[in-house]
Design a protein around this ligand. Sequence first.
Ligand SMILES: CC(C)(COP(=O)(O)OP(=O)(O)OC[C@H]1O[C@@H](n2cnc3c(N)ncnc32)[C@H](O)[C@@H]1OP(=O)(O)O)[C@@H](O)C(=O)NCCC(=O)NCCS
Length: 175
Amino acid sequence: MELLTTRLRLRPMSLSDVAQAHALATSPGVARPAGYPTPKKLNATRLRVARSVAEWRKRTPSRLSFTILRRDDNAWIGLINLNWPHAGVGELGYSLHPRHWGNGYASEAARRVVDLAFDTLGAHRVQATCWVRNRRSAAVLRRAGLKKEGLLRGYLKRGQVVRDEFMFGLARRER
Ligand SMILES: CC(C)(COP(=O)(O)OP(=O)(O)OC[C@H]1O[C@@H](n2cnc3c(N)ncnc32)[C@H](O)[C@@H]1OP(=O)(O)O)[C@@H](O)C(=O)NCCC(=O)NCCS
């Protein structure tokens, strides 16, 4: 499954993405706001990528992970996922390498994945959680058409720190 936007190509994540995915996850300002631990070793990233790649081979994947590339020059921009916490509910997650922030790429990719969820995969709802301090991500979600729905108190524990997240969502009926 390949998705195109004006400037981007989204292709299924593959094992060839391990080095770039590791560079992304270990870049300052990426793992913490996204809510996952910074991987200490390349092997930890390899495992994560391998799990996502394996999902693509399942009949009903619980996660679709795409690598975002720039169509112009094939530059490696970042990753975007669509998880399925329940049947018919797609949950977005994404990270871009900081060198590619500020160009509208995350919003462009998120809009395309929202369309995929509703128009091709029959979702009745698309949602995303977002750390209350992650203003960049909240802006991406709004640009992709999701609305802030509420505060999830004590939603995520990373190390000893428990934090609140916002829930953003878009239901098919209001699209
Ligand atoms: C969240 C994240 C993807 C947002 O990145 P981003 O670059 O701010 O978002 P976009 O790619 O949509 O770019 C939007 C910016 O590009 C600007 N822009 C420049 N050219 C543009 C164009 N042609 N079209 C649209 N926007 C453009 C916008 O004005 C906006 O700028 P602003 O931040 O000054 O308002 C990024 O910060 C990240 O990877 N963070 C770490 C991981 C993370 O937090 N993930 C989210 C988990 S919930």
